[in-house]
Design a protein around this ligand. Structure first.
Ligand code: DGL
Length: 279
């Protein structure tokens, strides 16, 4: 595996761009290849086996592009596919899951809310995680109905999304909760409206920075970080287009526009066709 190879990042759509941003901040000299499965987004209410087949197919495609590691920047895909992808591809694979542990460690009221997709909340992996920490901390789990669809078209602050979000988190606000876990990478883009709706009453736990730190640890341990000579050649400010490729299985121009709007990335996305992989 070459140290200069790109790091692959995947999500159902634009949610993983929040993770991509955190990775760029911690690893500014790495080349990134981001794949949005926009044709099939959102994943949150699809069949588990379909989500797994899509994620495995994208993982395979990223491996064919010679990435040196893959970040599944999607809680829903991680819940159904992390172990399978690790078995099939011989490279570091990092997943993302809701920050239940930090919430249980931090909450003073011992009540925390979790906002995630229907698929994540009903997954075996998530429920096993919950069982480890819900003995002395109560978790109020809510599905973020309508949120991913809105964020996919770049809506992160309209009255419509404020209404959806207010409805989803009402049971959490009506409880004693002092902490809110964001269990979907798309929701990171709602931090401002969340602070507004909750009047900053809830401490928000978002795992995108922790995922980037895990990636740094893995690449360091496996001696896969891009070497110092290459970093000097690129310089740290010339990154955005030279060191980043964005691809979408859906409308590439839409991904170009949303990436610009949400994370200020100026790169023209490409359309790609990626087959699902049988389980
Ligand atoms: N960003 C995703 C997650 O973290 C996927 C949401 C969806 O496609 O429904 O779960």
């Amino acid at each position: 595996m070459r140290n200069t190879a790109p790091i692959g990042i995947l999500d159902s759509g634009v949610g993983g761009l929040s993770v991509l941003r955190a990775i760029q901040e911690q690893l500014p000299d790495e080349t990134l290849l981001y794949c949005a499965d926009s044709y099939y987004a959102p994943y949150g209410e699809l069949e588990d086996s379909f989500i797994a087949a899509r994620t495995l197919g994208i993982g395979r495609w990223l491996a064919e592009q010679h990435v040196k590691a893959i970040v599944i920047a999607c809680n829903t895909a991680t819940a159904h596919t992390l172990l399978m992808l690790r078995e099939r591809l011989k490279m570091p694979i990092i997943g993302v899951e809701p920050g239940i542990k930090p919430a249980a460690l931090r909450s003073r009221t011992r009540v925390a809310g979790v906002l995630a997709t229907a698929s994540t909340l009903k997954s075996t992996r998530f429920n096993a995680l919950l069982t480890q920490y819900n003995r002395d901390c109560r978790f109020i789990c809510q599905i973020g109905h309508g949120l991913v669809e809105a964020i996919e078209v770049g809506d992160i602050s309209s009255p419509v999304i404020i209404r959806y979000l207010s409805t989803c988190i009402r049971p959490i606000l009506d409880s004693d909760a002092d902490t809110l876990v964001l269990g979907c990478t798309h929701y990171s883009f709602l931090l401002d409206v969340l602070r507004y709706i909750t009047s900053e009453r809830l401490h928000i736990i978002d795992t995108h920075k922790a995922i980037a730190s895990q990636l740094v640890q893995q690449l360091t341990k496996q001696q896969l970080l891009v070497n110092a000579d290459i970093s000097t050649i690129h310089g740290s400010m010339m990154l955005s287009s030279a060191l980043l490729r964005l691809v979408s299985t859906g409308d590439a121009s839409q991904l170009t526009g949303i990436a610009r709007k949400l994370v200020g990335i100026h790169v023209n996305a490409e359309h790609v066709k990626i087959a699902s992989e049988p389980l």
